[in-house]
Design a protein around this ligand. Structure first.
Ligand code: DGP
Length: 115
């Protein structure tokens, strides 16, 4: 279900242009507007789920679909030696767009781990 006020819902619908890298029935992925590495892709479920804290038994299937897509995109982007997947959740987690998304970051040796 789409949220009319959501930036990523508008990108998924094509109302706002993006550099799409992957799409299937459940998932849309596009390049981050402010890349932090040579590859920085945002992987989002088409269904509007606001954040990781909004994942439930009813909608958790789309999270698995996002990770299936991440594995495919990682291969397609040539990230055989690895990458990082990040989810920011809520205000304290630094989430700025309230539509669940995973940052797929790679293409260089990434810096110090934060966990
Ligand atoms: P987060 O801070 O985890 O909510 O990440 C949101 C990301 O979304 C941030 O890295 C920048 C990206 N972003 C924000 N607006 C746009 C946009 O209009 N287009 C694209 N491609 N990325 C955007």
């Amino acid at each position: 279900m789409r949220d009319e006020n959501c930036l990523f819902c508008k990108i998924i619908a094509g109302d706002i242009p993006s550099a799409k890298v992957y799409e299937d029935e459940d998932v849309f992925a596009f390049r981050d507007i402010n890349p932090q590495a040579p590859v920085h892709v945002l992987v989002v479920p088409k269904e509007h789920v606001c954040c990781a804290a909004c994942v439930t038994e009813e909608n958790s299937r789309v999270v698995a679909k996002c990770f299936e897509a991440i594995a495919k995109i990682g291969k397609a982007e040539g990230l055989e030696s690895g990458y990082r997947v990040i989810n920011n959740c809520g205000e304290d987690g630094g989430q700025s767009v309230m539509h669940l998304h995973f940052h797929l970051i790679g293409g260089r040796k990434l810096g110090e781990k934060i966990i």
